[in-house]
Design a protein around this ligand. Sequence first.
Ligand SMILES: [Zn+2]
Length: 76
Amino acid sequence: MEIRYVCRHCQSVMGVLNSTSVSEVQLGFHSLTLEERQDIIAYNLEGGMTVKLTCEFCREALTANPELSLISSPLQ
Ligand SMILES: [Zn+2]
């Protein structure tokens, strides 16, 4: 299963994990609420997963401009 980490703000790909054995528990997704999971995780047609996070650059931008945090990730 391919797990792609993408910044939800600038859409840059932060990393790609390719694993057949990784589980949602290992990824920590089980601790998220259903609402958070639906917001953060998207399944694609190939059976892979896209996880929307905030990259370091955007995190710094949000720190400098807190008003932008209205559209920020609950994972921050
Ligand atoms: Zn970003």
